[in-house]
Design a protein around this ligand. Structure first.
Ligand code: AN7
Length: 355
């Protein structure tokens, strides 16, 4: 039954006890959409997009957040805290509002998009802006959480990973088999680990016959795992993945190693190009960070990878509405302004057609 949420749907795979409240805001059951054009561009048997922007707060974070909040409530927590590049905070704020848990959000000053900030503020979470980057914010949050026994809802919280692995379950449930490749953006590196946990678990339980290769893509100016060293001042246009020292670094490496996948970097220009292609060729408006997965596939194809006969799923982690201020960097159509006369409309249509 759709709308019942991932805790209900996948309870046997989740850390649900008799006293876990099966809360939901309607997360999960997101569309898996077949590519119309990009699959041809990379000569791939089948390319799918998992639209995680269709979750209640517009990103994949809700899958993990619902489990983190359910466990926090079960454990009689008095509040939740997170550092965030935006989506984690938007999700935490929403679940906090709905399930009566005060939420504190710590964000890098100027480092999160206006619409994510609007979500946090609308949900009345306490918001603290740090003059520093995400990694600095997270290390302070980890210390506060430890000293003050507030529940941390970043992906150091194992329940977040447990919830996010349901994305992998859904892909198999929707396709009926495991794809050959999963491509996803990597920031704090929780999601790539979650997906690998999910696929491995289905395999272990005999619910699927093969495993995909995990392909993680970082933004070039924020690619510590690729460079094999923390990046002190990460820079990328994709603010959601502007992270220099991911907490699940080891987990990401394990996922890639065990699945015989890859972790690579894509440039900002490649991310913007992929985001524009998603919007103009596929009808899918996604976040820049999310487009890193698509940029990665395009890059590997150009580097000579052969996707013939392969089935690829790109995890589109967040909606483009999350980052309206970034669209200016994309290829955009012109706006033709006219006086309110029928003749002007007629000639504007005619002229723009003949362009
Ligand atoms: C759209 O919100 O880290 O590698 O604080 O918002 O699991 O961190 C967001 C990360 C990909 C990377 N796509 O996932 C935060 C935050 C989008 C994101 C990622 C994020 P992880």
């Amino acid at each position: 039954m759709p709308g019942t949420g991932i805790l209900n749907l996948y309870r046997e795979f989740l850390p649900v006890t008799e006293s876990t409240p099966l809360i939901t805001l309607g997360e999960g059951a997101t569309p898996l959409v077949r590519s119309a054009q990009l699959s041809k561009l990379v000569e791939c048997e089948d390319l799918f997009f998992k639209l995680e922007g269709s979750n209640p707060t517009g990103s994949f974070k809700d899958r993990g957040m619902v489990v983190a909040f359910a466990k926090a409530i079960e454990e009689h927590s008095t509040g939740a805290i997170c550092a965030s590049t935006g989506n984690t905070s938007a999700s935490a704020a929403a679940y906090g509002a709905r399930f009566n848990l005060p939420v504190i959000v710590v964000v890098p000053s100027g480092g999160i998009s206006s619409s994510k900030l609007a979500q946090v503020r609308a949900h009345q979470a306490k918001i603290i802006s740090v003059r520093g980057n995400f990694d600095e914010a997270l290390s302070m949050v980890q210390r506060i959480a430890k000293e003050q026994s507030i529940t941390i809802v970043n992906s150091v919280n194992q329940y977040r990973l447990e919830g996010q692995k349901t994305g992998a379950f859904e892909i198999i449930d929707q396709l009926g088999f495991s794809p050959d490749y999963i491509a996803l953006p990597v920031g704090n590196a929780g999601n790539i680990l979650s997906y690998w946990m999910g696929f491995s678990e289905y395999m272990h339980r005999g619910l699927v016959k093969s495993l995909p290769k995990m392909m993680g893509f970082q933004a070039e100016g924020a690619s510590p795992i690729v460079e094999n060293r923390p990046v002190e001042n990460p820079v990328t246009i994709a603010s959601a993945i502007r992270i220099g020292n991911p907490v699940n670094w080891e987990g990401a490496l394990t996922s890639v190693k065990e699945s015989k996948g890859v972790i690579e970097a894509v440039t900002d220009a490649e991310i913007v190009d992929a985001c524009s292609k998603m919007a103009s060729l596929e009808g899918i408006f996604c976040e820049l960070a999310s487009a890193a997965s698509v940029a990665g596939i395009l890059k590997l194809y150009k580097a000579g990878w052969n996707f013939q006969g392969k089935r690829v799923v790109c995890i589109i982690t967040g909606s483009g509405l999350k980052q309206p201020d970034m669209t200016e960097h994309m290829r955009l159509s012109n706006i033709v302004e006219i006086p309110a006369t029928f003749e002007a409309l007629q000639s504007a249509i005619f002229e723009s057609r003949s362009e």
